[in-house]
Design a protein around this ligand. Structure first.
Ligand code: PGA
Length: 260
């Protein structure tokens, strides 16, 4: 079964509670016909609690957490415990935009993960290299470092989580920032990274699922989701529009049905 996550980021429309609620209501209704795909939405914490009360089939997740529960941390995100109290189970950790804009290091990723696991949240952990690193042939080295420093220190035998491989250069926001046209990574590059990630975790005793993220949209979703090594997609920009997001869900559902 493929997994589809929508990352609403800081989208202005979707921080409007009425509009966000409408989106979720419509999605809940349409998901009645979708039996073979798991769907999550990672919304801004401004609308998080209200949406999680509305959603049934759609999993509502946070985009980040703070690693401490309490203290002098002006401007911090909600804690893992806050999410648990609000019955929110999923959270993105280590997204490259939190690493780039808010200085989240691998060490901080590990602290956030430890607090997430302590509260039995389900983290979707984002890793990925940038274009210079890729061009220097350092993809595996970068992924290995992000995993060994950011993830392994927090793992317990029973930890449940997903990995999202999101090469920074393919994420639409970064492409735009650099004046480039957003486009996904090449299939052979995704294959190499996903297989490498799965292999590292397997050596540690974890069979992980890996989502791909970066400029996926209804036009390229079929090619991406048909690959067996891609367990699902984490979708930014294309999840902000209901029709484009739902088109991708339908594609995922057809492929999952056909492969099961
Ligand atoms: P994008 O973002 O689909 O807009 O490239 C993906 C992500 O950052 O999760």
């Amino acid at each position: 079964m493929k997994i589809i996550g929508g990352n609403w980021k800081f989208n202005k429309e979707l921080r409007n509670l009425k509009k966000a609620e409408k989106f979720i209501e419509k999605l809940e209704e349409k998901l009645k016909d979708i039996k073979n795909t798991k769907v999550s939405i990672f919304c801004h914490f401004w609308v998080l609690r209200e949406l999680s009360k509305k959603a049934k089939r759609v999993k509502i997740g946070a985009q980040d957490i703070h690693w401490e529960e309490d203290g002098s941390f002006t401007g911090a995100q909600p804690s893992a415990k806050d999410l648990k109290k609000a019955k929110i189970k999923e959270v993105l950790i280590g997204h490259s935009e939190t690493r780039f804009y808010f200085g989240v290091s691998d060490e901080k990723v590990a602290l956030k993960l430890k607090s997430a696991f302590k509260e039995k949240l389900f983290p979707i952990i984002c890793i990925g290299e940038d274009i210079e690193e890729k061009e220097k042939g350092k993809t595996k080295e970068v992924l290995k470092k992000q995993i060994e420093k950011g993830i392994f220190p927090a793992l317990k035998k029973d930890s449940k989580f997903l990995i999202a491989y999101e090469p920074i250069y393919a994420i639409s926001g970064f492409a735009k920032l650099r004046g480039k046209k957003p486009k996904p990574a090449k299939i052979e590059d995704i294959k190499l990274a996903h297989n490498f990630i799965k292999e590292i975790f397997l050596k540690k005793g974890f069979k992980v699922k890996v989502l791909y993220g970066g400029s996926s949209n209804p036009e390229n979703a079929k090619e991406l989701l048909s690959q067996d090594f891609i367990d699902g997609l984490l979708i930014g920009r294309a999840s902000w529009n209901f029709n484009s997001f739902f088109k991708i869900i339908k594609i995922a559902n057809e492929i999952s049905k056909w492969k099961s």
